[in-house]
Write a protein that binds this ligand. Sequence first.
Ligand SMILES: [Mg+2]
Length: 228
Amino acid sequence: MAPILFDPSAIDTVIFDFDGTLARLNIDFEQMRRDVASLIDRWGVDPRSLQNRFVLEMIGEVQALLGKNSGDHAASFTREAFRIIEEIEVEAAQSGSLFDGAKELFTGLRKASLQAGIITRNCEKAVRTVFPDIHDYCPVVVCRNDVRRVKPHPEQINLALSRLGAKPGRCVMIGDHPIDIETGKNAGTRTAGVLTGRFQEKDFLRAGADMVLREAPDILRRLKPEDF
Ligand SMILES: [Mg+2]
């Protein structure tokens, strides 16, 4: 493991990504991409011009494109696109599960007087399907529905920090995707990658992460070595 690159005692807040960091949802992103691409095609836009984008960014781009001619068309397209992706997300959530130790992680953070929040590009319905009592464990959860611009834009993390009354300089953002590292950097937080998704230590270091953890609960030992 790479050494920690900041003073752990300066951290009082931990913000987590959800899918791949606290839970396994097995969302079929390829299916989602195909379904959204065929919707885009039906609206008369060539989806091949958008194939390097994440699905949410594809939707945003087509919404902007259609909106140049008709606000109504843009709104109907967007409604339909989100219906498609929510159906896939909620279905995945039904067979998804929280990682072992996720609830204990939040209990441990509270004991250690560390604040916690979750930010996710997923929808609230899917998150609550996997973690129905999420608010008993984590006071602040910012889903896609709560903001205009999702990660890697800093709006979600900024909203979470403001709800917690926390400062970016005293926060670490933890996630399983380099986009989570980018999000933390965009907001001015410290960052940590976890190896419970499909990315490796070298991917996080390349993205500029301050540390890499095997799994999210390891943050307790890293921040409060005397207690855990
Ligand atoms: Mg993730």
